[in-house]
Each structure stands twice: as structure tokens, then as C-alpha cells.
Design a protein around this ligand. Structure first.
Ligand SMILES: Nc1nc(=O)c2c([nH]1)NC[C@@H]1CN(c3ccc(C(=O)N[C@@H](CCC(=O)O)C(=O)O)cc3)CN21
Ligand SMILES: CC(C)C(=O)C(=O)O
Ligand SMILES: [Mg+2]
Length: 276
């Protein structure tokens, strides 16, 4: 890998205002990444790299995102930053880091931006968190909103259920408009029924980024490990596996174990003689 000059490192082709301007145009493509090598691969093909708090479930074995900490987001954020040249990097604010007050939210969002070098933060919630979004935006922090199924509220929801059925569609509409009015540059719609996702996308002036929210959205996001077939604990219905890397890894690991046990690895080509 060639060293990057400081200027190249700072140059960011994609910005929050730039993505906002894509409303209704070219699809916004987003995937998560938690490490430098994964970030490099996502950066090469996508517009947005999301350091999702899903990292807690995918890489750390936690059973929800509720236990994810600022320290985890910063550590993974710093790793991801080193792999990005062009994409917009967005870091999830973890549960407990932004709900208590706009001031607390600002301190933590500023810390995420300063310590990871991300270009925006994402936080979960609609109408109720909109004043906090406005507080951050007014102070120079681009915010991606996230409504519908908000996994940090899994204990309040009682599960990862589909959102927007029946009368709840009206609250979802209010949430969408509230985060837009608060100044969010885009909004993630998670596991929202198709007609509601379509209607919200049609009414908002900011892009919607769907995950389980139909192709009507202005963009799409998935957890990278899900679409690569690397995450096996559960699979939401909205995931398409574009590869089966987990199966390939299992096969490779079993082959390695067998080769070590039967003496065929290391072979002649992996051995060092005492003279060069
Ligand atoms: N690997 C991974 N992928 C994700 O999309 C993801 C995470 N982790 N962690 C954080 C949240 C949690 N999310 C989830 C988690 C579970 C379901 C899920 O199991 N859905 C089931 C039905 C569950 C129910 O109705 O109670 C489904 O079939 O879609 C969906 C989204 C999305 N996020
Ligand atoms: C699934 C996306 C939207 C997310 O919030 C995450 O990865 O944490
Ligand atoms: Mg998240």
C-alpha cells in the first residue's frame, strides 16, 4: 500500500450535503464496516461506510446493541477511517450516549467526530429526538437519522418487529418529517412496510435509505457481514446473501486443521533452511 499524503487523506469526495443533493437521483449505496480492510473494500464501491453499532452483535457476540459503548465505536471508527478515501463515513451513536440531553449528545458526537475522523453521526429516533438532532446540526455536526425499527429500543418494542402497519404509520410519518425539519441530511428507514416507506420517500426532501424498507427508498444499507454470509446468529428477512464467505471460511479452516494433522502442511515451500 502506498502512503497517502495528508491532503489525499483529508480529501473527501462525498459529503453530507452532497448526499442530501442526491434525493430522487442516483441511488445512495451504503454498507457497514468495522475494520480497515473491510472499509477499503466498501469504500471502493459504495457512497457511505457506516460504522454501525451492529458491531456489538456481529463482532463482539453481544445479544443486542444496547451494551455497545463509545469506546467500541471509537476503536472501530478509527480503524475504518484508515480504509476510506472517497466515501462518507458515518458512525452510529451508541445507546446511552445521546438520549439524556442535547448537550450530552453534542459532547459525545463531537468526540466521535474528533477521535474517528468521521463525516457524520447517526442516531436512532424520530419526533422525540428531533430537538437533539437540531442542536447537533446547528453546531456543525451532520446527522443521519434512523427511524422505524430502532434496534437500541428492542426492549421497548419487545422484538425486531416490522414497523408502520395500521395506525402506527401516522407516527412514522411524523417522525420522518420531524427529523427532516431538525436538519438531518438523510434518514434510515428500517423494516418499514413498503407503502409507508414509499409515501415517506415521496414526501420528504431528504433521501431515505432503506433496510427492509423496499426499493422505493432513495438508497439502501445492509450489514456487510450479513450480505457476505459471514454472520450466522440470525438472518433478517430483508437480507440477501451476495456471497457465502462463512461457509467458505469453515471449509478452509477444516482443510487447514486436516493438513496440519496429516503432516501435509507446512510443506517444503514453507520451510526455512539454515543457510539462505
Ligand atoms: N447482523 C446484523 N444485521 C442487522 O441488520 C442488524 C444487526 N446485526 N444488529 C443491529 C440491528 C438489529 N437488526 C435486526 C435484528 C433482527 C431482525 C430479525 O430477526 N428480524 C426477523 C423477525 C424478528 C421479529 O419479528 O421479532 C426477520 O425475519 O426479519 C431484524 C433486524 C438490524 N441490525
Ligand atoms: C443496520 C444499520 C442501519 C445500523 O444501524 C447498524 O449497522 O448498526
Ligand atoms: Mg445501528
Amino acid at each position: 500500500m502506498s502512503a497517502q499524503t495528508p491532503t489525499q487523506t483529508l480529501a473527501r469526495a462525498l459529503t453530507a450535503p452532497g448526499l442530501r443533493a442526491r434525493k430522487g437521483g442516483e441511488k445512495i449505496v451504503c454498507l457497514t464496516a468495522y475494520t480497515t480492510p473491510m472499509a477499503r473494500m466498501v469504500d471502493a464501491a459504495c457512497d457511505v461506510v457506516l460504522v454501525g453499532d451492529s458491531v456489538g452483535m456481529v463482532l463482539h457476540g453481544l445479544d443486542s446493541t444496547v451494551q455497545v459503548t463509545m469506546e467500541m465505536m471509537i476503536l472501530h471508527g478509527r480503524a475504518v477511517r484508515r480504509g476510506i478515501r472517497r466515501a462518507l463515513m458515518v458512525v452510529d451513536m451508541p445507546f446511552g450516549s445521546y438520549e439524556a440531553s442535547p448537550e450530552r449528545a453534542f459532547d459525545n458526537a463531537a468526540r466521535l467526530m474528533a477521535e474517528t475522523g468521521c463525516g457524520a453521526v447517526k442516531l436512532e429516533g424520530g419526533e422525540s429526538i428531533a430537538p437533539t438532532i437540531a442542536f447537533l446540526v446547528a453546531r456543525g455536526i451532520p446527522v443521519m437519522a434512523h427511524i422505524g425499527l430502532t434496534p437500541q429500543s428492542v426492549h421497548g418494542f419487545g422484538g425486531y418487529h416490522v414497523q408502520g402497519r395500521g395506525g402506527t404509520r401516522f407516527q412514522l410519518g411524523r417522525d420522518a418529517h420531524a427529523v427532516q425539519e431538525a436538519g438531518a441530511f438523510a434518514v434510515v428507514l428500517e423494516k418499514v412496510v413498503e407503502p409507508v416507506a414509499r409515501q415517506i420517500t415521496g414526501r420528504l426532501v431528504i433521501p431515505t435509505i432503506g433496510i427492509g424498507a423496499s426499493p422505493a427508498c432513495d438508497g439502501q444499507v445492509l450489514v456487510l457481514d450479513d450480505m457476505l454470509g459471514l454472520f450466522a446468529d440470525f438472518q433478517p428477512k430483508f437480507v440477501r446473501r451476495f456471497a457465502e464467505l462463512g461457509t467458505q471460511a469453515e471449509v478452509a479452516i477444516a482443510a487447514y486443521a486436516q493438513a496440519v494433522r496429516d503432516g501435509s502442511f507446512p510443506g517444503p515451500g514453507h520451510v526455512f533452511a539454515d543457510t539462505p
